[in-house]
Write a protein that binds this ligand. Structure first.
Ligand code: NAD
Length: 296
């Protein structure tokens, strides 16, 4: 049976609600003489990174942050990047440090991530943040999975006891997502299965999903035959595919064949306009949290 009554889980109202919720906290900080400070370090000229960084800059300025982008050339040495992070670690006006990934190949990303002070790790990629997440302790949660949890809360999606299947095991999306959703907490408490490139018979797993989170980075990878009726689909993918009919020559699609999968879904996130809108909102949220922590 086809279900055409699916709910579209747009990210726009959720991101707006997160940012609205930050305003009172930012005012409370201002009364104590604190302005949230976020510094983004961008090395090189990766086009997608440039556009992400502009969005971070614009949105943090809009909320009255002290926001700064340090643009370093692609030839910058690893030592210089580490020195920059070390200087920002010492700067009391900086509450959040984000080194935009991917970094040029001659720089060890993990080394750079580990050089950020865990108290300023607003991306949530530091091993200390990841460790806290796995243990269910309060800390900085990576922005994209944190944004998905906000969407789950906003749309009041039932998660307890549901089978949540994640496709993709990256450190920034798949792994933290799986770990968040298995916690014995509200808006989590799922039975979690994590699938990846070595998973045989992928459909066997995805068809069992009550909630399916797809972060594989493969355009329209999940097709209608891979899901069951009534599934809730969270599509994290952002992929450019050629499209001669579009002015730009390409269009953005997710990791899910949206048109056909939507017909079987109870609810589904669109791409664009879904999860992608949440990431920066959660970065701002983590930065406000860090500024608040700095008062303790
Ligand atoms: P990644 O390439 O680091 O990881 C992808 C993971 O998917 C890998 O662990 C790999 O094992 C798995 N995978 C790849 N192909 C697969 C296949 N055919 N079958 C099963 N598993 C497969 O990617 P990422 O950083 O996790 O990002 C995933 C997608 O999400 C990308 O499209 C990316 O652009 C997008 N993304 C969106 C946001 C956002 O703000 N919405 C944030 C981060 C990433």
């Amino acid at each position: 049976m086809q279900n055409n009554d699916h709910i579209i889980l747009g990210g726009k109202p959720v991101a707006a609600s997160v940012k609205e919720g930050l305003k009172a906290r930012i005012s409370a900080l201002a009364e104590k003489g604190v302005t949230p400070g976020l510094t983004v370090v961008l090395v090189g000229e990766h086009p997608a990174s440039q556009s992400y960084v502009r969005s971070k800059e614009r949105q943090s300025a809009k909320l009255g942050f002290k926001s700064e982008v340090l643009r370093l050339t692609a030839e910058t040495s690893e030592a210089e990047v580490l020195n920059t992070v070390s200087r920002l670690n010492e700067d009391r006006s900086v509450h959040g440090i984000l080194v935009q990934l991917p970094l040029p190949k001659h720089i060890d990303s993990q080394k750079v991530i580990e050089s950020i002070h865990p108290d300023k790790d607003v991306d949530g990629f530091h091993p200390v943040s990841m460790g806290k997440l796995v243990l269910g302790l309060d800390g900085f949660v990576p922005c994209t999975p944190a944004g998905i949890v906000e969407m789950i809360k906003y749309y009041n999606l039932e998660t307890k006891g549901k089978h949540l299947v994640v496709v993709g095991r990256s450190n920034i999306v798949g792994k933290p997502m799986a770990n968040l959703m298995l916690q014995k907490k509200e808006h989590a408490n799922c039975t979690v299965t994590l699938c990846h490139t070595a998973t045989p018979n992928m459909s066997e797993f995805t068809r069992q999903a009550d909630i399916l989170v797809v972060a594989a980075g493969v355009a329209e990878y999940v097709t209608a035959d891979m899901v069951k009726e009534g599934v809730i689909v969270i599509d994290v993918g952002i992929n450019r595919v050629e499209d001669a009919s579009s002015e730009k020559g390409y269009r953005i699609v997710g990791d899910v064949d949206y048109v056909n999968v939507a017909k079987k879904s109870a609810a589904i996130t669109p791409v664009p306009g879904g999860v992608g809108l949440m990431t920066v909102a959660m970065l701002l949220s983590n930065t406000v949290k860090s500024a608040e922590n700095s008062l303790n």
